[in-house]
Design a protein around this ligand. Structure first.
Ligand code: MN
Ligand code: MN
Length: 466
């Protein structure tokens, strides 16, 4: 009787296993090697532009070439198209014609940060600052008193674009936003967390030595003169600049057992790298494999380099034209893994999740499949169909991918979205899948190495078997 009962439990209950109980030593070595490569990618990619440049550098090294309209593409051909240097699409041509659909993995490479305003430089009480405007959903207090770097470009009046990077080189200075000492913070600490750091207080400290003359704004003048020496730019050039202040924390292992990676911009460069690595290893698949690294997801996927941009259709339309097939027929038979991070269940903040937690993604349980995101009654989300979830469930089972279902916290606690809805709206079957993250959108986020590796393994299997 007892034996029958336990057999029945095995048959009927869904028993999730911890990832480390499912992988062997060989796989653990692969996982560690993969994560070393990922950390290097993350360190090279502090902004969306840098992620795209690094992707191109790596892709070209494994045989991808820039797509040229009208080019003849045989199965196995590897091409990429840069979207104005801020987003990228890569494709490995499949054996089946494009109207049988393509396999798309779509991640984003923009991350929350502080952008410099267009006239950022000011001096107050003999200290010089850059004014910022935050990008994406941040808790402002997390950006105080941490080392920051400045990355981006300045386009000068003559059309020349200068790349600016200050703070990355170990010899470089860094920047900081100051905070009030606790001794004098009685009034500040009485305020709520959303209001105690006004957005206009997010000013980077950049200098204090005056220019050696008698005039006004001597610190500002000295700073401009240093920038002129280094980049040959003036204050007016900031008007046509995109400069991003990002945390100056290199990615590194976390934990005595090194089971985590800490870093800035895991959301969503951790999935972007999983896609890149998967498509590098994809050779002449059945269906064409498409890897998208989009920009602007953190501010709604809008704009020319965001996932709603026609740039995506233009590239796919060009590929379809090469085979004389309709883009709409291609989209109708396509499948998209919206590869974006999900929230990892955090025991410290258990109240934000259902209790006991059964539906929230857990650390070390593998790639998280998120059927729906949204807010309140699933508002604004893609909500993948049962058939779509079933497709990935089968592929993951066939390829020993450790995976789990993920859910954005308890009902009515908040909400969010990804590029999934933008792909679904195009008549593409779509589901979110990605790495669970602790402290998402913080300047330094934490992910588990096993989950990073399984996300890559899942996308690799998807390109091969869908
Ligand atoms: Mn994301
Ligand atoms: Mn995000």
């Amino acid at each position: 009787m007892a034996e029958n009962e336990s057999a029945l439990r095995d048959e009927l209950f869904y028993n999730q296993k911890q990832g480390y109980d499912l992988i062997d030593v060989q796989e653990r070595l692969k996982l560690e090697a993969y994560c070393e490569d990922y950390k290097a990618f993350l360190n090279a990619s502090r902004t969306e532009r840098e992620a795209v440049a690094e992707g191109i550098r790596q892709a070209e090294a494994v045989g991808f070439v820039p797509y040229v309209r009208g080019m003849d593409l045989q199965p196995g051909a590897k091409v990429y198209k840069s979207i104005r240097g801020k987003a990228i699409m890569l494709a490995v041509m499949g054996k089946k014609p494009l109207d049988r659909g393509v396999n798309i993995a779509a991640a984003h490479v923009d991350s929350p940060r502080l952008d410099l305003k267009q006239l950022p430089l000011f001096e107050k009480n003999e200290l010089a600052y850059f004014k910022t405007h935050y990008y994406g959903g941040i808790k402002k207090y997390q950006w105080l008193t941490i080392p920051l770097e400045l990355h981006g470009v300045v386009t000068k009046k003559d059309g020349e674009t200068v790349e600016v990077v200050i703070g990355k080189d170990p010899e470089d200075p860094k920047f900081v936003i100051t905070d009030l000492l606790p001794h004098l913070a009685k009034d500040q600490l009485a305020k709520s967390a959303v209001e105690f750091v006004p957005g206009e207080n997010l000013n980077l400290l950049i200098g204090s030595i005056p220019y050696a003359d008698e005039g006004k704004d001597r610190i500002k003048l000295a700073v401009l003169s240093l920038l002129k020496d280094r980049y040959d730019i003036t204050e007016e050039d900031f008007l046509s600049a995109e400069l991003e202040a990002v945390p100056s924390f290199p990615a590194c292992d976390v934990g005595v057992d090194r089971s985590f990676i800490g870093g800035y911009g895991h959301d969503d460069r951790v999935c972007a790298y999983a896609e890149l690595k998967a498509i590098y290893e994809t050779e002449a698949p059945e269906r064409t494999a498409v890897c998208i690294l989009a920009d602007k997801e953190e501010i709604g996927s809008v704009g020319v380099s965001g996932m709603q941009s026609a740039a995506f259709e233009t590239f796919l339309q060009d590929l379809c034209a090469g085979q004389g097939v309709h883009l709409r027929h291609c989209l109708e038979n396509s499948f998209c893994v919206s590869a974006d991070v999900c929230n990892a269940y955090d025991p410290t903040f258990w109240e934000a999740h259902e209790y006991p937690n059964r539906n929230g993604a857990r650390i070390n349980y593998g790639v998280g499949l998120c059927k729906y995101t949204g807010a309140r009654g699933k508002s604004g989300c893609n909500d993948a169909s049962a058939e779509v979830v079933g497709t990935l469930r089968r592929i993951f089972a066939d390829n020993a991918v450790v995976w789990q279902m993920a859910k954005l916290g308890k009902v009515d606690q908040g909400g969010g979205g990804t590029v999934a809805a933008d792909m679904g709206n195009r008549n593409i079957d779509t589901i979110d899948a990605g790495v669970p993250v602790l402290s998402m959108h913080a300047p330094w986020e934490t992910v588990a190495t096993l989950d990073c590796y399984m996300t890559y393994k899942g996308i690799r299997a998807f390109y091969k078997d869908r």
